[in-house]
Design a protein around this ligand. Structure first.
Ligand SMILES: *[C@@H]1O[C@H](CO)[C@@H](O)[C@H](O)[C@H]1NC(C)=O
Ligand SMILES: *[C@@H]1O[C@H](CO)[C@@H](O)[C@H](O)[C@H]1NC(C)=O
Ligand SMILES: *[C@@H]1O[C@H](CO)[C@@H](O)[C@H](O)[C@H]1NC(C)=O
Ligand SMILES: *[C@@H]1O[C@H](CO)[C@@H](O)[C@H](O)[C@H]1NC(C)=O
Ligand SMILES: *[C@@H]1O[C@H](CO)[C@@H](O)[C@H](O)[C@H]1NC(C)=O
Ligand SMILES: CC(=O)N[C@H]1CO[C@H](CO)[C@@H](O)[C@@H]1O
Length: 437
């Protein structure tokens, strides 16, 4: 009887485990834990893993800038006509009346309101001079995109537009995708769609006509930059093989950088006209209006943080693994026994933390006779203290200095210094730089 029960439990347990195993792929790509406690020969110790923050709606954290700055409608007030019917002129824009104003913030507010809220430009009054608008979104933080960028237009979708990205806080810009009703005419590019891309051409910048045809604009209002379709080239159509994608991201820097941004710029070059000719007698039909912009992504923390905080209008990673900096891109002071390196998604599913250590057995950095323990800390002789045993203990005298917050530099013997320098040159691992030399 008892035996049976045990067997049943055993079967149940195995069943549960198998169920858990089957669900395992769903857990891939979470990397939500940076460290966990494990029992080893030396008792409770930490096990370190690659980790990253959850993907989130990144539009909550951006700063939007328009160029020209006075391109928003309503100053002076204007009345707009519908593109498909020049006699239907009931769209009023007045910047001084809240209900009739269309400021840029309305591209990022909650959708699903009735009536829709949207940003709107002035109309194409200066035709035939081009109606050019840049909408720049800045995070002042590196972000990794995780889902399609989606723009929803309230006006007709533009006949010509470029999406650009920056990876260096707006100093330089690269095109991400071109959009036009006629790619050859607008940009002298062959029209393509994301479906034409392969693993080898994934980084190609294409011009697409998929999102610019004006005639059915009442029903088709979105313009996309397809992140998921690009992921699918590695991860399969339903992104079931994220391991393959993560493997590629890990080993191919260009691929990783492709999905990484600090800023986005939407360059509106020509509004919807719904026809081949522009009605010069009624230019109030031509303008841009955007009701929503979606940008899903996560803070880039180099796999050294599982959370990213927004404080004083600034995003920053909460770094683990003894790293620091807004992207966890450096070793913390004194944790430079190993050169800094990004964490790795491999091996799936936990990855590798590639932690910055205080010391290690090849590149001993403990000073004053300290001994490196488990590659992570220095065991100091009784007269010394500090991470690297760099500080003499006060009760033994010589501590009259005021605490400057800086570790006290101790004279090293000439030979030791030479050895250390030689060591760091030979190992060529000093990218984080020696802290205490
Ligand atoms: C915006 O300002 C510039 C320079 O001050 C001016 O030339 C231009 O006409 C203005 N545009 C609009 C739409 O008000
Ligand atoms: C555009 O045409 C409509 C209908 O003729 C008219 O009511 C409206 O005032 C016109 N707008 C402009 C700016 O001429
Ligand atoms: C928009 O940005 C581009 C470069 O990204 C720049 O050449 C252009 O002068 C900017 N301003 C306008 C109004 O297009
Ligand atoms: C961007 O962030 C840095 C700190 O990482 C800060 O010093 C700088 O002022 C910020 N720039 C803007 C434009 O907010
Ligand atoms: C980081 O970890 C990965 C996976 O173990 C490894 O291949 C890579 O060499 C490590 N990087 C460094 C700089 O140690
Ligand atoms: C990998 C890691 O986090 N190592 C150490 C970082 O620094 C703290 C505080 O000094 C140590 O407790 C960790 O073991």
């Amino acid at each position: 009887m008892r035996f049976d029960l045990a067997l049943t439990l055993q079967a149940l347990w195995t069943g549960l485990c198998q169920a858990a195993m089957q669900h395992y792929p769903a857990a891939w790509g979470h990397y939500d834990v940076c460290k966990s406690q494990v029992y080893s020969d030396e008792g409770l110790t930490w096990d370190y893993m690659a980790c990253q923050p959850e993907a989130a709606d990144m539009t909550q954290y951006l700063k939007v800038t328009l160029d020209p700055p006075n391109i928003t409608c309503g100053d002076p007030p204007e009345t707009y006509c519908a593109l498909e019917n020049p006699y239907m002129c009931n769209n009023e824009c007045d910047a001084s009346t809240e209900e009739l104003a269309h400021p840029p913030e309305l591209m990022f507010d909650i959708e699903g309101r009735n009536p829709t809220t949207f940003w709107q430009s002035t109309s194409w009054k200066k035709y035939p001079k081009a109606l050019l608008v840049n909408i720049t979104l800045s995070w002042n933080k590196t972000i990794e995109l995780t889902d399609d960028i989606v723009l929803t237009f309230e006006s007709g979708r533009p006949e010509q537009m470029v999406l650009e990205k920056s990876l260096d806080y707006g100093r330089t810009w690269q095109p991400y995708q071109f959009y036009a009703t006629d790619c050859l005419d607008a940009f002298t590019m062959e029209p393509k769609t994301v479906q034409d891309l392969t693993q080898h051409t994934l980084l190609d910048i294409i011009c697409t006509e998929d999102y610019s045809r004006g005639y059915v604009w009442k029903y088709d209002k979105t313009v996309r930059f397809e992140i998921k379709d690009r992921f699918a080239l590695f991860a399969g159509p339903r992104l079931h093989n994220m391991a393959s994608l993560y493997g590629q991201l890990d080993t191919t820097k260009n691929l990783r950088d492709f999905f990484t941004i600090t800023d986005l710029r939407i360059r509106l070059l020509r509004p919807a006209t719904g026809a081949t000719t522009v009605d010069e007698n009624n230019l109030s039909r031509y303008f841009y209006a955007i009701s929503d912009i979606k940008v899903q992504g996560r803070c880039k923390c180099n796999l050294h943080a599982n959370s990213c905080v927004y404080d004083k209008e600034k995003l920053s990673c909460e770094c683990e693994h003894n790293t620091t900096g807004p992207d966890c891109g450096r070793c913390k002071r004194n944790y430079q026994g190993r050169a800094w390196s990004a964490g790795s998604y491999l091996p799936i599913p936990k990855g590798t933390a590639n932690i910055s250590r205080v010391c290690d057995n090849e590149l001993l950095r403990c000073q004053n006779g300290g001994v490196c323990i488990n590659n992570v800390r220095c065991n100091c002789p009784s007269a010394y203290m500090g991470l690297l045993c760099e500080k003499p203990r006060c009760e033994l005298g010589g501590c009259g200095l005021p605490d400057s917050g800086q570790p006290t530099l101790m004279p090293l013997s000439f030979l030791r210094l030479l050895l250390l320098l030689l060591g760091s040159v030979m190992l060529r691992e000093a990218s984080c730089g020696p802290a205490v030399l």
